[in-house]
Design a binder for this molecule. Sequence first.
Ligand code: SF4
Length: 128
Amino acid sequence: MSSMIAFGPVPSRRLGNSLGINNIPPKTCTYSCVYCQLGRTNKMQVERHIFYNPQNILRAVQDKVNKVKETGVPIDYLTFVPDGEPTLDINLEYEIDLLKFLGIKIAMITNGSLIWRVPEVIGLSYTD
Ligand code: SF4
């Protein structure tokens, strides 16, 4: 379970050593791009849902960070870069809050289609 949710770190041109967080089941996305490197979208949706327990995500990332630290490899970013669209996760803001105590910068790779539903992530307050 942990290895599925937290992986890497992988070298990223923009983010340095990036420890990946997979908070979305495979190919659950708001789009189905023909060029997607992950293949065809199995579950196209625009409504946000609960996918994984946020505490399990925290545990998986914390375990991975601890293991990587033992190797002496630095981690520059914790990056939400799942096998789908990360903002579909209704607990995303909560998960980010949980992860902040690790003291590592947090990034997210998103297609931006639902970013208006995730105001805290972009530092805006938003009312419908
Ligand atoms: S938005 Fe990204 S993850 Fe979704 S189908 Fe397109 S390329 Fe794939």
